[in-house]
Design a protein around this ligand. Structure first.
Ligand code: PRP
Length: 185
């Protein structure tokens, strides 16, 4: 982990803080969905670690399905272009759906996704995000469950990448600006 640590300006949320929040969110979700069957929709790739930990912490009958959406390409900025790269394997008609995301930033990805998924007639649909950058929002979107509100800094780790790196860090850190400044993005 040492070479990756050299690229981290600071640790924003350490592993214990993240894991405690996951347990807290799981407890709230378990209470809200008591007696129901839940389908987690994990948005690849960033949400993989969060969804896996959340899934493990939920004492409910839970199914999981995956969707891949592209909005950022390989760079830092939101392009506004949202494409479905991989759709769900199963129908969500009549299901209680909880969309799991690592981060909501502009909100473009999630608002597109929610519009698409709600047209498939789920019984209910809510959103759970680990990280929220409210000051970056360009569309009106409020997630139902939020782990942490964070400032507008370039964060990596616990699923979040820069150019596909750093996803395996167990904490969330701020990337040193010189790392992404070098590519001009
Ligand atoms: C990130 C994140 C969200 C989106 C949020 O995904 O996982 O899907 O950006 O940004 P927005 O609110 O501005 O739309 P990214 O495109 O980096 O893909 P990844 O999860 O595969 O890393």
């Amino acid at each position: 982990m040492a070479p990756m640590m050299d690229d981290v300006a600071k640790v924003l949320l350490d592993e214990a803080t993240i894991q405690a929040k996951v347990r807290e969110l799981a407890a709230r979700i378990a209470e809200d969905y008591a007696g129901k069957e839940l389908t987690l929709v994990c948005i690849l790739k960033g949400a993989v670690l969060f969804a896996a930990d959340l899934l493990r912490a939920l004492p409910l009958p839970v199914e999981i399905d995956f969707m891949a959406i592209s909005s950022y390409g390989r760079g830092v900025r939101t392009s506004g272009v949202v494409r479905i790269l991989k759709d769900l394997d199963h129908s969500i008609e009549g299901k209680h759906v909880l969309v799991v995301e690592d981060i909501v930033d502009s909100g473009l990805t999630l608002s597109y996704l929610l519009e698409t998924l709600s047209s498939r007639q789920p019984a209910s649909m809510k959103v759970c995000v680990l990280l929220d950058k409210p000051e970056r929002r360009v569309v009106d979107l409020t997630p139902d469950y939020v782990g942490f509100e964070i400032p507008d800094e370039f964060v990596i780790g616990y699923g979040l990448d820069y150019a596909e790196k750093y996803r395996n860090l167990p904490f969330i850190g701020v990337l040193k600006p010189e790392i992404y400044a070098a590519t001009g993005e």
